[in-house]
Design a protein around this ligand. Structure first.
Ligand code: PMP
Length: 428
């Protein structure tokens, strides 16, 4: 097949494709990629972009890693896929065992799903089936917090912030969940007990109809890049126990070291009843997610009237994805990831915090490998993205947020290139 030119790729793309959260605007910035290596994306016109996004939190080891390539090709030589109904394989069992060993304690049962959003759907269904099987037929709703983001499928969307999640567009289809205020105490501020009031009163009032509370731990990601206090998470665990409500934790963005702990739950020393993992699970190589639950939840579901857990995607536990996830997790665990994240955090603080003095900046916050510059005005993507690309940097701002969460293996010079480009947006 003939290799397409950059212009041909763009024309075909503009003619046939959707992109994430896109319109059909032919002017929206769009860049054809030829390859990616280390922490750089190579465009088809030869330009190199330092990747400040790790492909939406996933490519933690950078691109084209020999260890991960090898895991895929070795598995490919055996089988790319085989159905998981009635069959099993080494990549799936080894990965499940590894996840159980490294996840917060008590989560012994693993369901492999296709994407983060699907793992959230699976978590919701687990919570509902568990409550049904205990005879708690009225416990069918989920409690969520404002500014949350859990994915784009209907169940997941019903738990996203009602405004940014556009609930009004999908109202007729979405399950009506219950929302409380976003956690108000930030990660670095002193803790105030009053932050819990809304959560407490919602749990007290709605306990009879709540199957679970759903939270992103410590970092509210795509709903606003906010970092909240670990004490909120610790107290949420206690309150869930007190009001007989399951706790579902969505570590899809935070899992595998991003916040400086392997899982963000560890900041609060808690374990959920159900845990969602995705994104960095495969080191950004393939789509795979996992929903873990306690043996109590699993047994409860299977002792209930259905007798089985009612979910089973075609590509469940895809062997290629499980193999690369296993290799990625081993690569992470055998790397000095804590030191790397600490170094990234230190550099982000040094180079981004001074931007607080800019009149166009509302706030700057840093946690682990995440650096966020919140502007006073929404980012004009058509202006800002090309400016960043001209400086050899790949970032994908949204709303008023200019932010980076680079691969963990980023060099300090590369990270400086990213923060300098961010600074230039704030001073231009
Ligand atoms: N939960 C969180 C916290 C996320 O950040 C995301 C993705 N941005 C999802 C769920 C959905 O994952 P996916 O895009 O793989 O469906």
């Amino acid at each position: 097949m003939k290799v397409l030119s950059s212009a041909e790729i763009l024309t075909l793309d503009r003619t046939h494709l959707w992109h994430p959260y896109s319109s059909l605007d032919p002017e929206a910035p769009l860049y054809p990629v030829a390859s990616a290596e280390g922490c750089e994306i190579v465009l088809t016109d030869g330009r190199l972009l330092v990747d400040g996004m790790a492909s939406w939190w996933s490519a933690i080891h950078g691109y084209n890693r020999p260890e991960l390539n090898q895991a895929v090709t070795q598995q490919l030589a055996k089988m790319a896929h085989v159905m998981f109904g009635g069959l099993t394989h080494e990549p799936a069992v080894r990965l499940a065992e590894t996840l159980v060993n490294i996840a917060p304690p008590g989560l012994h049962r693993v369901f492999f799903a296709d994407s983060g959003s699907v793992s959230v759907e699976v978590a919701i269904k687990m919570a509902l089936q568990y409550q049904l099987s205990r005879g708690k037929r009225s416990k069918t709703r989920i409690l969520s917090v404002r500014k949350a983001y859990h994915g784009d499928t209907l169940g997941a969307m019903s738990l996203c912030d009602p405004e940014t999640g556009m609930h009004h567009l999908f109202q007729s289809l979405l399950p009506q969940q219950i929302f409380v205020a976003a956690p108000a105490c930030t990660f670095h501020q002193p803790w105030e007990e009053s932050c819990l009031e809304d959560l407490k009163s919602a749990l007290r009032e709605h306990q009879h109809e709540l199957a679970a509370l759903m939270l992103e731990p410590i970092v509210q990601g795509a709903g606003g890049m906010r970092f909240y206090h670990p004490e909120y998470l610790r107290a949420a665990r206690e309150l869930c126990n007190e009001f007989d409500v399951l706790l579902i934790i969505d570590e899809i963005a935070t899992g595998f070291g991003r916040t400086g702990r392997l899982f963000a739950c560890e900041h609060a020393g808690i374990s959920p009843d159900i845990l969602c993992l995705g994104k960095a699970l495969t080191g950004g190589y393939m789509t795979l997610a996992a929903t873990l639950c306690t043996e109590k939840v699993a047994r409860g579901i299977c002792d209930g009237e259905a007798g089985v857990f009612m979910h089973g995607p075609t590509f469940m536990a895809n062997p290629l994805a499980c193999s690369v996830a296993l290799a990625s997790t081993q690569l992470l665990l055998h790397s000095p990831w804590q030191e790397r994240i600490a170094a990234i955090e230190q550099q982000l603080c040094t180079e981004l915090l001074p931007l607080r003095d800019s009149p166009v900046v509302a706030d700057v916050r840093v946690l682990g490998g995440i650096g966020v510059v919140e502007l006073r005005q929404p980012v004009d993507m058509k202006v800002v993205v090309p400016k960043l690309v001209d400086q050899g940097v790949w970032l994908r701002p949204f709303g008023r947020l200019l932010y980076t969460m680079p691969p963990y293996v980023i060099g300090s010079d590369q990270l400086r290139q990213i923060t300098a480009a961010m600074a230039r947006i704030c001073t231009a």
